[in-house]
Design a protein around this ligand. Structure first.
Ligand code: NAD
Ligand code: UDP
Length: 312
C-alpha cells in the first residue's frame, strides 16, 4: 500500500485523482486549504479507510511519511488566481518549495502539475516541450504563469542538486464534472449559461483557440507519468490536440443544450493567449498515452453533470 499525498486534492482535478488512487488501494492524504476547492468534491471519499482529508496551506511546511506526492495545490481559473495574485505566487513557489523539501527528506517521487500557461501567448504552434514560451512577466496572468515557471525551475534544481525524482507535466485546458458552477473557465461558464438560458459570454471576437482535455484522460496520464522510469523528469505535455475556437465551443454547447441563450461579446482580458494546442508526441512515446474522450463526448458528460447540480 503506497502512502500518497495529493495537494489541492479537494479541487476539480485533485478530487478525480484522489478517487482513482483510493480505488486502486492506496492510502491517500488529501491536503487542501479550500481556496478554490471544497469538501463536497471529496465528500464521497470521507470515511473510506484509504482516504484522509487534511486542511492545510502548502505555503506552510507539512510533515508525513510519504511515497509519492502529486502537487496540484494552486487555483487554476483566471478568476480565482487573479483574485489574490500574491497568494497565487506564494502557493506555486513556496508551496512547491515545501513539497520538494518533503520529497527530498522522505525520498518520495513528486509530480508537479505545471501548465500550458508556461508557453504564455505562444509564438510557436502547436506547442512542444522544447519551446520556451512567450510570457509577460508583469501582467495580470503573471502570478500564475511565472509562479508555475518558477515551480518548474525549482523542480529541476532539486533534481540536479538533491537527486529528487521529479516528474513535471504541463496540463492543457481540462474540463469535467466537479468544476465549480462559479469557476469562471470557459467550458463551465458556457454550459452553465446555456442551461440557465442566460447569454453565452464570448470574450474578444471568439477566434482564439484552446484544446480541451477531459479529466479522466488527464488522470490516466498523471498516473502513467508517476509510474514512468526514474530519471524521466519531463516536462511532458498532457492535453488533447483537438483545437477549437471559442465560437465553435459556444455553438457546440448551444446545439447540445438547446434553449434560448444567445451569444454576446465582451472585452478580451489582457494577455489572453490567441491559440493553444499541445504537441503530445513525447507523452505518446514515453508514456504510451493519448487522450480517448472527444470534446463531444466530454461535453455530454459535463452537461449532464451541471444539469443535475443546477436542479438541486
Ligand atoms: P482547482 O482550483 O479546482 O484546484 C486547486 C486546488 O488547490 C483547490 O482545491 C484549492 O483549494 C487548492 N489550493 C489552492 N491554494 C492552496 C494552498 N495554498 N494550499 C493548499 N491547497 C491550495 O483547479 P484544478 O483545475 O483542479 O487544477 C489543479 C492543478 O492543475 C493546479 O495546480 C493547476 O494549476 C493545474 N492545471 C489545471 C489546468 C486545468 O485546465 N484544469 C490546466 C493546467 C494546469
Ligand atoms: N472565455 C470566454 N468566455 C468565458 C470565459 C472564458 O470567451 O466566459 C475565453 C477566455 O478569454 C479564453 C478562453 O475562453 O480565451 C479560455 O479561457 P479559460 O479561462 O477557460 O482558460 P485559459 O484562458 O486559462 O486557457
Amino acid at each position: 500500500m503506497k502512502q500518497i499525498l495529493v495537494t489541492g486534492g479537494a479541487g476539480f482535478i485533485g478530487s478525480h485523482l484522489c478517487e482513482r488512487l483510493v480505488r486502486e488501494g492506496n492510502a491517500v492524504i488529501c491536503l487542501d486549504n479550500f481556496y478554490s476547492g471544497s469538501k463536497a468534491n471529496v465528500w464521497h471519499l470521507i470515511g473510506h479507510p484509504g482516504f484522509e482529508l487534511v486542511r492545510h496551506d502548502v505555503t506552510e511546511p507539512y510533515r508525513a511519511e510519504i511515497d509519492e506526492i502529486y502537487n496540484l495545490a494552486c487555483p487554476a481559473s483566471p478568476v480565482f488566481y487573479q483574485y489574490d495574485p500574491i497568494q497565487t505566487t506564494k502557493t506555486s513557489v513556496i508551496g512547491t518549495f515545501n513539497m520538494l523539501g518533503l520529497a527530498k527528506r522522505t525520498k518520495a517521487k513528486i509530480l508537479q502539475a505545471s501548465t500550458s500557461e508556461v508557453y504564455g501567448d505562444p509564438a510557436k504552434h502547436p506547442q512542444e516541450e522544447s519551446y520556451w514560451g512567450n510570457v509577460n512577466p508583469i501582467g495580470i496572468r503573471s502570478c500564475y504563469d511565472e509562479g508555475k515557471r518558477c515551480a518548474e525551475s525549482l523542480c529541476f534544481d532539486y533534481h540536479r542538486i538533491h537527486n529528487v525524482d521529479v516528474k513535471v507535466i504541463r496540463i492543457f485546458n481540462t474540463y469535467g464534472p466537479r468544476m465549480a458552477v462559479n469557476d469562471g473557465r470557459v467550458v463551465s461558464n458556457f454550459v452553465v449559461q446555456a442551461l440557465r438560458g442566460e447569454d453565452i459570454t464570448i470574450y474578444g471576437d471568439g477566434s482564439q483557440t484552446r484544446s480541451f482535455q477531459y479529466v479522466s484522460d488527464l488522470v490516466e496520464g498523471m498516473i502513467r507519468m508517476m509510474a514512468s522510469p526514474a530519471g524521466f523528469t519531463g516536462p511532458v505535455n498532457l492535453g488533447n490536440p483537438g483545437e477549437f475556437t471559442m465560437i465553435e465551443l459556444a455553438e457546440k454547447v448551444l446545439s447540445k443544450v438547446g434553449g434560448r441563450s444567445k451569444i454576446v461579446y465582451q472585452p478580451l482580458p489582457a494577455d489572453d493567449p490567441k491559440m493553444r494546442r499541445p504537441d503530445i508526441s513525447l507523452a505518446k512515446k514515453e508514456l504510451g498515452w493519448e487522450p480517448k474522450v472527444s470534446l463531444d463526448e466530454g461535453l455530454d458528460e459535463v452537461i449532464t453533470y451541471f444539469r443535475e447540480v443546477l436542479s438541486r
